[in-house]
Design a protein around this ligand. Structure first.
Ligand code: PLP
Length: 430
């Protein structure tokens, strides 16, 4: 299916040589009017505050770990400009694997692949589509989800992103999830992309919900379905409540069942505040898979890397290796995490004090960079426009009903003012 925005572009090119020669993929591609376009508007007009940015920002500047910043001038020529191996620098991959285990202690004695370096998590997801989704296949994901999933899966891969309702009144909607999984299981194959802490809602399942998710997946696997779960752990570790599942779903799924294959998508992008470095990792795990299987999967992945970017950025990998070996890095990360947690706590208190507000309902949130409001009786785009044009506050309309606010990009001192204004503007519209 051609998106109307793609169609507009195809119409603009009609009668030209490039228009005549567009491939089927070329015909489907477009630039969404989503997060990036709304973010660009906010950059221009969000004079009071810009809560659109999926980065951690302080005083209008992205934060950076000193252990990362200090390495920029220390690189040898090989560390700076030599080609990196196709699947990434071996030391970088090895340290990242050790870190995955340190962050997910239950992985200690489990078998899973060496992480392979990809040029950012976005590319990692796109490569998984290359490897595991053919045209027309269904990939399950939550509703709402990060808008780029649809561009990657539908426009790029010509597959179908089928979204289950993420929330019920209290938290993760296990019924909707189970129904969607069972429907796919009836076809023999279940593919799911799950992202926690989630973009846009800022939600991570509780320990009980995570166990129930695994149980549902094991139940369909028991009945013979092949299950593949892509765990998008972009915001891993930014948990602000005690009842949240502390480990990635990957840690539970990678040895859960012979019919379940799990993939971890992660990287320093958000975890180490290195958004523009463009390095991420793909890690494979499945009960019964051997080193030989992991090697074959690694080679397949190397085929997608070699045939697209050839290899990933060398200086980014070199700086991360040096930074991760610096004993100071954990304390520096903790300081930034604490600052994000302080922002979360402030937003939490503000929103909790307005639980019965008629115009806005906050979706469940407990982690990550964001939170989302459901707009009751007016469109989120109207609210976004009002906030931007009348109050100089940039936010994101995720769809017609949901407004995303990135508290990661709001200084703590601005939170009260920004959130008061959001409620005020919403009440004016309601
Ligand atoms: C859920 C989710 N996954 C992946 C990404 C992309 O990460 P990267 O910048 O490493 O491509 C983002 C970035 O916004 C995200 O929100």
């Amino acid at each position: 299916m051609i998106n109307p925005l793609a169609q507009d572009l195809n119409d603009s090119l009609r009668g030209t040589v490039p228009g005549e020669m567009l491939s089927d993929l070329g015909m489907r591609l477009f630039f969404p009017k989503g997060i990036i376009a709304q973010g660009a508007e906010a950059k221009k007009l969000g004079k009071t505050a810009n809560a659109t940015i999926g980065m951690a920002v302080e005083n209008k500047t992205p934060i950076i770990l000193s252990s990362v910043k200090n390495e920029f001038t220390n690189l040898t020529s090989a560390e700076a400009v030599a080609y990196a191996p196709t699947a990434g620098n071996l030391e970088y991959r090895t340290i990242w694997k050790e870190q995955i285990i340190a962050k997910n202690p239950s992985l200690k004695d489990k078998s899973f692949s060496l992480p392979a370096v990809v040029p950012g998590l976005t590319a990692g997801i796109s490569y998984l589509c290359d490897l595991f989704l053919k045209e027309g296949d269904v990939l399950l994901a939550a509703n709402p989800s990060w808008d780029n999933y649809s561009l990657i899966v539908e426009a790029r891969r010509n597959a179908s992103l089928k979204q289950f309702t993420l929330f019920n009144d209290t938290g993760f909607n296990l019924d909707a999830f189970e129904k969607a999984v069972k429907e796919q299981a009836a076809t023999g194959k279940v593919r799911i992309l799950l992202n926690f802490p989630q973009n846009p809602s800022g939600y991570t399942p509780t320990k009980d919900e995570q166990a129930a998710i695994c149980k549902i997946l094991c139940a369909v696997a028991d009945k013979g379905a092949s299950v593949m779960v892509w765990c998008d752990d972009a915001y891993f570790g930014l948990n602000y409540e005690d009842n949240i599942a502390p480990e990635s779903l990957f840690a539970l799924l990678c040895d859960a069942h012979e019919k379940i294959f799990a993939i971890k998508i992660d990287g320093p992008t958000k975890e180490d505040f290195a958004w523009g470095f463009r390095t991420g990792f793909l890690t494979f795990g499945g009960k019964g898979l051997t080193e030989q299987h992991y090697e074959a999967l690694g080679k397949k992945l190397m085929g997608t890397i070699r045939s697209s970017v050839s290899c990933c950025s060398t200086p980014a990998q070199s700086i991360m290796i040096r930074a991760m070996k610096n004993p100071e890095i954990e304390a520096e990360k903790l300081e930034f995490r604490n600052s994000l947690e302080a922002r979360y706590k402030k937003v939490r208190a503000f929103v909790d004090a307005r639980k019965n507000n008629k115009a806005l309902t906050a979706l469940p949130f407990n982690s990550g960079y964001f939170m989302c409001f459901r707009c009751n009786g007016f469109s989120s785009e109207d609210l976004r426009q009002k906030l931007l044009n009348e109050y100089g506050i940039g936010t994101i309309a995720i769809d017609n009903a949901h407004l995303r606010v990135a508290f990661s990009s709001l200084d703590e001192s601005l939170i009260e003012q920004v959130y008061s204004t959001i409620y005020k503007a919403a009440e004016e519209l309601a």
